[in-house]
Design a protein around this ligand. Structure first.
Ligand code: C5P
Length: 218
């Protein structure tokens, strides 16, 4: 397969979304925010009142997900859901339902469809390990829990959403523990991943490091 892929995996609020979109813009590649796909499935489940433990019903709903990412926003059926997907409650529900193997399988095609010319930057938890094992460069991005809670806190406040930093940190640590311990596609670096800790790096520095590693492989 000749369509280049660069994956960026890592824990909640590690900055992978910001890094992935900056790198995709610099390379002129498509961008897959796979977390948004899981969040959309969570939002659909919440709207439909499907229980978070009902794997068959969740998988069915995921397989029929009418999801579109466009310049005009993220559309679930006839609704623009970009803002709703960012809610902490939806992120948390996404981390519950994403542990079900049948839900993960049902959401695979939506993610693979992003693999188009001229290339793709994909961010998530299992982009390098499961969805795009052929990726030319796999980055695993980390940052301390304190840093990540702080960033998430500032993000929410800047959007006018009230937040509590201690409960944010507790929630992201619980979510990481779940993502790392699930039996299917646990969040972990691919054996050939480049480990990048951005606790003390600016966004620009992280972007430059990833682009340098990419250039070294092309
Ligand atoms: O990255 P984000 O916080 O938007 O992802 C929300 C949740 O979706 C994560 O906590 C994780 O459980 C799940 N997820 C996943 N696999 C991915 C991306 C996200 O399981 N590739």
């Amino acid at each position: 397969d000749d369509i280049p892929v660069l994956t960026i995996d890592g824990p909640t609020a590690s900055g992978k979304g910001t890094l992935a979109s900056a790198v995709a813009a610099r390379l002129g590649y498509h961008l897959l925010d796979s977390g948004a796909v899981y969040r959309a499935a969570a939002l659909a489940a919440s709207r439909a009142g499907v229980d978070r433990d009902d794997e068959p019903a969740l998988a069915d709903l995921a397989a029929r997900l009418d999801l579109r990412f466009g310049a005009d926003g993220v559309w679930l059926g006839g609704d623009e859901v970009g803002e709703s997907l960012r809610l902490e409650a939806i992120g948390s529900l996404a981390s519950r339902i994403s542990a079900w193997p049948r839900v993960r399988r049902a959401l695979l095609d939506i993610q693979l469809a992003f693999h188009r010319l001229p290339g793709l930057v994909a961010d998530g938890r299992d982009m390098g390990t499961v969805v795009f094992p052929v990726a030319r460069l796999k980055v695993f991005l980390t940052a301390s829990a304190a840093q990540r809670a702080e960033r998430r806190y500032r993000q929410l406040i800047s959007r006018g959403i009230s937040a509590n930093i201690d409960s944010l940190r507790a929630d992201l640590e619980a979510r990481d523990a779940r993502d790392q311990s699930r039996s299917v596609s646990p969040s972990r670096p691919a054996p050939d991943a480049l480990l990048l800790d951005n606790s003390a790096l600016s966004i620009e520095d992280s972007v430059e490091q990833v682009l340098a590693a990419w250039q070294a492989r092309t």
